[in-house]
Design a protein around this ligand. Structure first.
Ligand code: COA
Ligand code: AMP
Length: 632
C-alpha cells in the first residue's frame, strides 16, 4: 500500500486518534483529552476541552524556542518601492503593542474587529493582535466597495475597525478612508473606534472621537500577553460569496485551525521550519489567512508579504525576482497569475534573468487549473506543479498532492487525491453514488476534519441548509466533478451561482441584485463566461422596462458603474448587453446554463422545456456583439 493510501486510510478509520496525534505538534495551555464532540452534529467540535492561543503558536512559541532572530515576515512592495524584514522578535514586539492598543480601547475576548487593509505588515500584525487577546477578526478584502464593507459591519457588529489610509493598485491610489467613512455611515451598527494607519501615499482625514492614529496608539499602548483561549472559540470570521447578496460569514475555530494548518506545512507543502514560503495572494482571501499568515508562522517559516501584481509591477519577471531575492522554496498562487505572466512572456525570457533554483514546488488553487497553464509552469520552472482544491469553508485543501508524504503522479486537470479526513463521494440528484468517471455533486462525509468551518456567523440555520441539508450525512461542496477509477478527483464547475474571477469567488446573484435595482431594468441575468486570463468573467444580460427609450449604451455604462460602486472593482463586471427577453423554461426558470454554453462557444442542445426557442438566436447575436464566444 502506498504511503499516501496508508495515511488516508488511517485518517478515516480512526479520525479521533489521527487528529489527537496531529494535535501534539502544537502548543496547548491545556491539552485536549477528547478529540471530537459530535453531540450536536453537524456542529462538530474538535478538541472541546483544549486551551491554546493562535498568536502564541505563531509568534511567541518561536521566540521562546530559538527562532527569535529568524525573519518571520519579508514585506516586498514593488508598488511602493519599499521592502522590510521583521524577525520573530520584532513581530512579537509589534503584536503585543497592537494587542495592547486594542485592549486599552476596551476590546476583550469575543469582541469582533474588522480589518480593512492593504498588503502591509500591519494587516498581519492586526490579525495576530486580535488572536492574542481572543478578539475575533474579520478581514475585508480591499477591492470591495463601501456597501460590501457596510454589510459586513452590520453582520458581525465590530467594536473596532483597523484600516489604512490607502491601498495601491497599478496607476492609482485607492483611498480607503472615504470608503470606510461611507460604509460606517450606511451601516446601522457603528464601531466605537477606528485605528487608522496613515500611509505616505494618502493622508486620511480623521473623525473626532472615533478615529485614532494607529502609530500613536501603538506606541502608547501597554503590551498585552497571550490569553488562554478555548479550543472552539472563533479565531476569525471570513465572508465569502453565496448565491445572494448576503455574504456568508465562515467561522473558523481556534484549535482546529492551528492543528490542521500546522499539519499541512510539512506533509503537503514539504516545508521545514526556517524555509521561505510565499503565498502570492491577498490577506483578504482564505488563501491569505491560511498561507500568508497562519500556517507558515505556526510552522516557524519565513512568510513573504507581496504588495504587487504578477505583471506590471514592473514586468512579468516580478515573481522570479521575489523568488530569487528571498530564496523562496514554495510558491502558492492562483492559475490566473501564471496565465497573466505567460501572456506577457510566453517564452519565459524574464525567467532567464533570475536564479530561481531555490524554488522546489509551485502550488496552484482558487480556480480550476487548465492543463495548458500547468504544463507551461512545469516546463518553465522544472519543479512539481501541484493543483490543489480548496474552499473558504475548509480553510485548507480538500484534495492535493503530498510532498512530505508521497508525491503521487500528477494528472493534469485533477487536484489529485483527498486530504486526510476527507471521505469524498460524487452523488447524483437522488443522492446515489455515481460510478467512476461520471459527473455529479462532490460531497464529503461528515464530520469534516479539524480546521474546517464550525458555523456561519449569526446564521446557524443557513450553515445547515446551505451545506448539510441536500445530502444528509454529507457536506455539500457546491462543486460538481467526478472521481476516476484511480481515485483522482476532477473539479469541473460550481453547482450554484458562484463564479471564480481571477481566483476571486463572486456571486452572480449579488450582481443581479445590483442590476435589478436600476430603474430602467425589468429583468436581468448574470452568468460566468470563460475568459482566457481570468478563468471566468461575469457577463450581464438586461431586459429593459417596456417603454424605456433611453440609450442602451448609457444604461450599460450606468450598470457597470453601479456594480463597481456597490460590490467593488474586483467584480470585474464590464461585459453587459440589452436583449428583448431572457430564455426561460415554461415554468419561468431562466436558462442560464444554455446561455453560458452559447457564450463559451460550446455545443448545446435546445432545452426541451424552453418556452420560446427563437429567443436563443437573439441571445447568440447579442453575446457576439460584446465579444462572445471569445476568439482564442
Ligand atoms: N484594492 C482595490 N482594488 C483592487 C484590489 C484591491 N486590493 N484588487 C484588485 N482591485 C481592482 C483592480 O485594480 C481592478 O480594477 P480596474 O477594473 O480599475 O482595473 C479590478 O479590481 C479587477 O482586479 P483583478 O481581477 O485583480 O484584475 P487585474 O486586471 O487588475 O489583474 C491579474 C489581473 C491576473 C494580474 C490579477 O487578478 C492577479 O494578480 N491575480 C492573482 C490571483 C490571486 O491573487 N488570487 C487570489 C486567490 S489565491
Ligand atoms: P474560495 O472559497 O474563494 O477559495 O473559492 C472556492 C471555490 O474555488 C471552490 O468551491 C471551487 O469552485 C474553486 N476552486 C478552488 N480551487 C480549485 C481547484 N484547484 N480546482 C477547481 N476549482 C477550484
Amino acid at each position: 500500500m502506498s504511503d499516501y493510501q496508508a495515511l488516508h486510510d488511517a485518517s478515516l478509520q480512526d479520525q479521533p486518534g489521527f487528529w489527537l496525534e496531529a494535535a501534539r505538534q502544537i502548543h496547548w495551555y491545556q491539552e485536549p483529552t477528547v478529540a471530537l464532540d459530535d453531540a450536536d452534529a453537524p456542529f462538530y467540535r474538535w478538541y472541546p476541552d483544549g486551551k491554546t492561543n493562535a498568536c502564541y503558536n505563531a509568534v511567541d512559541l518561536h521566540v521562546n524556542t530559538g527562532r527569535a532572530e529568524q525573519t518571520a515576515i519579508i514585506y516586498d512592495s514593488p508598488i511602493t518601492g519599499s521592502a522590510a524584514k521583521l524577525s520573530y522578535r520584532d513581530l512579537q514586539q509589534r503584536v503585543q503593542q497592537v494587542a495592547g492598543m486594542l485592549a486599552d480601547s476596551g476590546i476583550i475576548a469575543g469582541d469582533r474587529v474588522i480589518i480593512y487593509m492593504p498588503m502591509v505588515p500591519e494587516a498581519i500584525i492586526g490579525m495576530l493582535a486580535c488572536a492574542r487577546i481572543g478578539a475575533i477578526h474579520s478581514v475585508v478584502f480591499g477591492g470591495f466597495a463601501a456597501n460590501e464593507l457596510a454589510v459586513r459591519i452590520d453582520d458581525c457588529t465590530p467594536k473596532a475597525i483597523l484600516a489604512a489610509s490607502c491601498g495601491l493598485e497599478p496607476g492609482r491610489v485607492v483611498e480607503y478612508k472615504p470608503l470606510l467613512d461611507s460604509a460606517i455611515n450606511t451601516a446601522t451598527h457603528k464601531p466605537d473606534t477606528c485605528f487608522i494607519l496613515q500611509r505616505p501615499q494618502a493622508a486620511a482625514s480623521m473623525v473626532d472621537g472615533r478615529d485614532v492614529d494607529w502609530t500613536d496608539a501603538e506606541t502608547r499602548a501597554t503590551p498585552a500577553s497571550c490569553v488562554e483561549i478555548d479550543a472552539n472559540h472563533p479565531l476569525y470570521i471570513l465572508y465569502t460569496s453565496g448565491t445572494t447578496g448576503q455574504p456568508k460569514g465562515v467561522v473558523r475555530d481556534t484549535a482546529g485551525g492551528i492543528v490542521s494548518l500546522k499539519w499541512t506545512m510539512k506533509n503537503i507543502y514539504g516545508a521545514e521550519p526556517g524555509d521561505v514560503y510565499w503565498a502570492a495572494s491577498d490577506v483578504g482571501w482564505v488563501v491569505g489567512h491560511s498561507y500568508i499568515v497562519y500556517a507558515p508562522l505556526f510552522h516557524g517559516n519565513t512568510t513573504v508579504l507581496y504588495e504587487g501584481k504578477p505583471v506590471g509591477t514592473p514586468d512579468p519577471g516580478a515573481f522570479w525576482r521575489v523568488i530569487s531575492e528571498h530564496k523562496v522554496k514554495v510558491l502558492f498562487t492562483a492559475p490566473t497569475a501564471f496565465r497573466a505572466i505567460k501572456k506577457e512572456d510566453p517564452n519565459g525570457e524574464y525567467l532567464k534573468k533570475y536564479d530561481t533554483s531555490c524554488l522546489e514546488s509551485l502550488f496552484l488553487a482558487g480556480e480550476r487549473c487548465d492543463p495548458d497553464t500547468l504544463s507551461w509552469a512545469e516546463e518553465k520552472l522544472a519543479v512539481p506543479v501541484i493543483d490543489h482544491w480548496w474552499q473558504t469553508e475548509t480553510g485548507s485543501s480538500i484534495c492535493t498532492n503530498f510532498l512530505g508524504v508521497e508525491v503521487l503522479p500528477i494528472k493534469p486537470g485533477s487536484p489529485t487525491k483527498p486530504a486526510p479526513g476527507y471521505d469524498l463521494d460524487v452523488l447524483d440528484a437522488q443522492g446515489n453514488s455515481c460510478p467512476a468517471g461520471e459527473i455529479g455533486a462532490l460531497v464529503a462525509r461528515s464530520p469534516l476534519p479539524p480546521g474546517t468551518f464550525s458555523t456561519l456567523w449569526g446564521a446557524p440555520e443557513r450553515y445547515v441548509s446551505s451545506y448539510f441539508a441536500t445530502f444528509p450525512g454529507y457536506y455539500e461542496t457546491g462543486d460538481a466533478g467526478y472521481i476516476d477509477e484511480d481515485g483522482y478527483v476532477f473539479v469541473m464547475s460550481r453547482t450554484d451561482d458562484v463564479i471564480n474571477v481571477a481566483g476571486h469567488r463572486l456571486s452572480t446573484g449579488a450582481m443581479e441584485e445590483v442590476l435589478a435595482a436600476h430603474p430602467d431594468i425589468a429583468e436581468c441575468a448574470v452568468m460566468g463566461a470563460a475568459d482566457a486570463l481570468k478563468g471566468q468573467i461575469p457577463v450581464g444580460l438586461l431586459v429593459l422596462n417596456s417603454g424605456c427609450s433611453r440609450s442602451h449604451d448609457d444604461i450599460c455604462t450606468e450598470v457597470v458603474q453601479r456594480v463597481r460602486d456597490e460590490i467593488g472593482p474586483v467584480a470585474a463586471f464590464k461585459k453587459v448587453t440589452v436583449v428583448t427577453r431572457l430564455p426561460k423554461t415554461r415554468s419561468g426558470k431562466i436558462l442560464r446554463a444554455t446561455m453560458r454554453a452559447i457564450a463559451d462557444g460550446e455545443d448545446w442542445k435546445m432545452p426541451a422545456t424552453i418556452d420560446d426557442p427563437t429567443i436563443l438566436d437573439e441571445i447568440g447575436e447579442s453575446l457576439g456583439q460584446i465579444g462572445y464566444p471569445q476568439q482564442s
